[in-house]
Design a protein around this ligand. Sequence first.
Ligand SMILES: C[S@@+](CC[C@H](N)C(=O)[O-])C[C@H]1O[C@@H](n2cnc3c(N)ncnc32)[C@H](O)[C@@H]1O
Length: 226
Amino acid sequence: MNTSRIFETQDGSHSIVSEQFGESYHSKYGAIQESRHVFIEAGLHRAAQQKKSIDILEIGWGTGLNTFLSFLEGKKRELTIHYTGVEAYPINQEEALKLNYPEMLQCEVTEGDLFYQMHQQPWEIPCTLLPGFSLQKTCQRFENLDYNNQFDLIYFDAFAPSAQPELWEKPVLEKMYKSLKNSGIFVTYCAKGSMKRILKNLGFTVEALPGPPGKREMTRAFKQEF
Ligand SMILES: C[S@@+](CC[C@H](N)C(=O)[O-])C[C@H]1O[C@@H](n2cnc3c(N)ncnc32)[C@H](O)[C@@H]1O
């Protein structure tokens, strides 16, 4: 069982501490602030420069915050988003209902309800939540999945290398490379040198970008096949 505990980060938005991994799901400086900076601004905005219909893969779906932010941003920018969220140790429904993201984001009731609907949606079944936004949640360890050339954008949001070293090594990063279409984009909050070297060796073009508050750098990488 994944025992966890909700707390308030410095921007007022909730996060969860996982006792299983001894880590929090987001930065203590702000969960929404961090997710927007790393995944929406560095990831989705960049992908939207290339196309209007975007297939997103998130590794470490957790609270669903990145999905919800992607949905809101997609609606604003008139994007079509097909979102796949992979999660090995889901939070329970009771915890999900307590998360304050719709309130913090000042969502209309119908939009806010969508956040809770995402959590109630069954695993493994693709569902169109609204026209232009579909979600498939997969309850699996990412290491056990094999995607091929399917995604425009990967949000890699597992726990840190110190907690889950095996997820930041070549075999798993190579699976991510294979999952992406050519010119696909990979973003993560992590800036570890060894991870960036592996990404380069796999064929990614790697960029170090300024990180969110509390973090000097983050990483964005592009799959380039010739
Ligand atoms: C840092 S948390 C981030 C969660 C999420 N992105 C969010 O915003 O709430 C990391 C997540 O990765 C999940 N996870 C850990 N190992 C995994 C694995 N092997 N495959 C898929 N998900 C995994 C954890 O259960 C947790 O939900």
